[in-house]
Design a protein around this ligand. Structure first.
Ligand code: CDP
Ligand code: MG
Length: 722
């Protein structure tokens, strides 16, 4: 449909990349490059001018002050890493010296707050110590992580250290992927998964220890877990609780957990030189690329860590860096580019931990995950553009968005610190020191205060927690957001007017999905199209990585993609077409290549679909197919997503309208909003406006959807979508 181009998130990216590549006139080895030793200023064609501004002092522990010794140890450690992960290596971690003390404290107290520098060994070692001390004989040890990649990678690491197969004694559990077994004693899991375990086991009886790790991240699930584990610790005196954090604001955790003792692990950290740009950078992507190359050609050996906001950005920079270094010839050392982000396939994740070969330099392109969750050895330089993606929520409009925002001072310092782990480091901030001083907030606002709470409210309600206002939150969410969540769940018929869980709500809570997606699935029963709807839900859950669009074959890729849209069926049905066509070829990989589809994403969708099928059975919804009735399928989708309806406006900023006969405005529902420099709707399907009234009469009235009248928007629905 003509709407597609306007919403094509690639459209803009493309133009932008062209601009980037066209602009790259960096000449390496050019005589212009000068560097004065102490001021760190060099002139670079198109280069960036940094000023050295401050030094973050290291907090070296006394015993560790012999730097050479550590460098040596570290080298040895790195060499050993891939030969064998023997037990001696574990003993080199800062936490090792405190092993016995820590175990004594765990024995003595029920709740302990543990604080230690990132990389000191909290995540990988503490669960092993607990296992060695016999806690796993009484029940599993759970260790929660805010990020799936961290849960997986840490579990892999620990299983190696223990010499067991991943999924046996040591396993992990993340949404849609359970890599544990009967044998599992140490279970790394996302905080969201532990939250879901409460649904089946409200007292967590099968656990002897719960370690809420990376507590400083204050994700929504972690915050809710705080309340729940605090509650069960009262009637399960045998359950040990460890709250571990990489930052020093431990008092807050201690206060919340009834003055729990704080256990500090002194870290080793070296001084980090901080450099700022002289003037603000107009384009931080470009600035990051130039800075990486500058470091590469002018700085002594040591790996580089660049903090970026997301997968797309990482992939773009990856490509541009490869493109630019290709032409550099043999005079410049090899630059190994290692991306790391949440959706990176597991096989590739291990790559970032591999030691850098002699003579080469590694550049790790990471999201916030490398801020505290993962430690990559060998990093000496950090490039910090100063941004991250932050979810924000406007309870008034009910609109949630992932926006690129400036980071906080705490984050900036955490990032800088990543360069000083194994020796003195340097951090290049792609912003001015004035920006740092005056524009950055001290701390990031906890997620609970800036997110849609519908999912959490549904979970809490199904746990029997009705009085949400008096729930023991560490930092309570805005009451407006709580109210909005209740309202939304009521609109989705998950709650009745007294705020009690309905049958629909109980069924919805079984699905580890956003309430809108679960509602769409539950509603598919009525429209007899559950088979199609779970396929769509699985494809949507995979994210934006189904279609593959290589630079040199964009036209072919776009044509292939259009095939699935025949009849202007909309993005949701197109996703269904992709899934079904793939299934017809007996899940052929070849077919994926031919159609510019990412086979990995499809396999994941299939996996998710299998699980959703299992859950359908659990909530007693029959699998029924209604493939020929597209309206029925779209109505089921609308039942979940009627909040996300939009009317297209004729607006000059749009791209060419491909099909001029179509009359505007038209009505669409979208899966999500993506906010970059502009706002895009992602996954859009046309709907008949009267469906809104038919399906959600409590939310839309006829006058809201009257196309003939003047522009009136349904209540609560902002036009911000467009
Ligand atoms: O949790 P904390 O930040 O205190 O440290 P950790 O994650 O337990 O990391 C301890 C050591 O294990 C670091 O030197 C990491 O580089 C290493 N590690 C690794 O090599 N591979 C992983 N997947 C995880 C950790
Ligand atoms: Mg950790």
């Amino acid at each position: 449909p003509e709407a597609r181009d306007k919403m094509n998130p690639f459209a803009e990216q493309e133009a932008w990349e062209e601009h980037q590549i066209g602009k790259s006139k960096l000449q390496f080895g050019s005589k212009d490059r000068k560097r004065s030793s102490d001021d760190y200023q060099y002139v670079f064609e198109d280069g960036i001018d940094f000023v050295k501004s401050s030094v973050i002092e290291g907090t070296q522990h006394e015993e560790d002050s012999d730097q050479e010794d550590i460098d040596e140890k570290d080298m040895l450690k790195r060499e050993l890493q891939h030969v064998s992960l023997n037990q001696d290596e574990r003993k080199t971690l800062p936490i090792y010296k405190f092993r016995d003390e820590l175990l004594k404290a765990v024995e003595e107290y029920q709740v302990i707050v543990i604080v230690g520098e990132t990389g000191s060994g909290k995540t990988t070692q503490i669960p092993q110590y607990l296992h060695e001390a016999g806690y796993t004989a009484k029940g599993k040890v759970a260790c929660t992580q805010p990020r799936r990649v961290a849960a997986m990678s840490v579990a892999a690491r620990v299983s190696q250290e223990m010499g067991v197969k991943l999924g046996h004694e040591v396993g992990y559990s993340i949404r849609f992927e359970d890599c544990t077994s009967e044998k599992t004693l140490i279970k790394y899991m996302t905080d969201g998964m532990l939250l879901r375990e409460f649904l089946g086991e409200p007292d967590l009886a099968s656990y002897s220890v719960v370690m809420v790790d990376e507590a400083h991240e204050r994700t929504l699930s972690t915050d809710i877990l705080f309340g729940l584990v605090k509650d069960i610790s009262r009637f399960r005196p045998d359950l040990k609780l460890l709250i571990s954090s990489a930052t020093l604001d431990a008092e807050k955790f201690s206060d919340y957990f009834d003055s729990a003792p704080i256990f500090k692990i002194p870290g080793r950290r070296y001084p980090v030189e901080v450099h700022y740009t002289k003037a603000p950078e107009a384009d931080y992507i470009d600035a990051a690329i130039v800075t990486v190359l500058q470091i590469h050609v002018t700085q002594p050996p040591g790996d580089i860590l660049v903090f970026l906001t997301g997968q797309e950005e990482i992939e773009t920079i990856d490509e541009i860096l490869k493109h630019r270094t290709r032409g550099l010839g043999t005079k410049i050392a090899e630059l190994l580019i290692c991306p790391i982000y949440a959706n990176l396939p597991t096989e590739l994740q291990a790559k970032i931990f591999e030691p850098t070969p002699e003579g080469a330099r590694k550049v790790v392109l990471a999201t916030n995950i490398a801020e505290t969750s993962l430690t990559i050895d060998g990093i000496k330089y950090v490039v910090d553009p100063g941004f991250c993606k932050i979810k924000s929520y406007n309870p008034r409009t009910g609109m949630e968005s992932l926006l690129i925002n400036p980071i906080s001072k705490a984050s900036a310092n955490q990032r800088a610190g990543r360069s000083g782990r194994t020796g003195p480091g340097k951090c290049f901030r792609l912003y001015t020191s004035y920006n740092y001083m005056h524009d950055l907030e001290d701390n990031t606002v906890p997620e609970i205060q800036r997110t849609n709470l519908a999912n959490v409210v549904l979970t809490l309600k199904s746990l029997g927690i009705h009085d949400l206002v008096n729930f023991d939150f560490m930092d309570p969410p805005p009451s407006e957001a709580l109210l909005k969540a209740l309202e939304q769940l009521f609109a989705l018929s998950a709650l009745n007017s007294r705020g009690e869980l309905t049958k629909t709500g109980r069924r919805m809570a079984e699905f580890p999905l956003d309430p809108m997606l679960s509602k769409m699935i539950v509603a598919s029963e009525k429209y007899k199209c559950s088979d199609e709807v779970i396929s769509i839900a699985s494809m949507l859950s995979v994210g934006n990585s189904i279609f593959y669009r290589p630079k040199d074959k964009q036209v072919h890729a776009d044509n292939a993609r259009l095939n699935f849209h025949t009849g202007n069926v909309g993005d949701h049905i197109a996703l269904l077409n992709v899934y079904n066509s793939w299934k017809e070829t007996d899940y052929s990989t070849q077919w994926c290549y031919e159609n510019y589809i990412q086979v990995r994403s499809m396999k994941r969708a299939r996996d998710i679909r299998d699980q959703l099928e299992g859950l359908l059975e659990r909530v007693e919804i029959e699998i029924s197919s209604n493939a020929s009735d597209l309206d029925a399928i779209k109505k089921a989708i609308t039942s979940g997503f009627f909040h996300h309806s939009s009317r297209l406006q004729k607006n000059g900023s749009y791209r060419t309208v491909k099909n001029p006969q179509t009359v505007l405005p038209r009505w669409v529902i979208y899966h999500e909003l993506v906010l970059t420099t502009k706002e895009y709707m992602r996954q859009v399907t046309e709907l008949k406006p009267d469906w809104l009234v038919e399906i959600a009469p409590h939310y839309y009235q006829l006058k809201d959807v009257d196309d003939t009248g003047t522009k009136k928007l349904p209540k609560g629905q902002g036009r911000a979508a467009l």
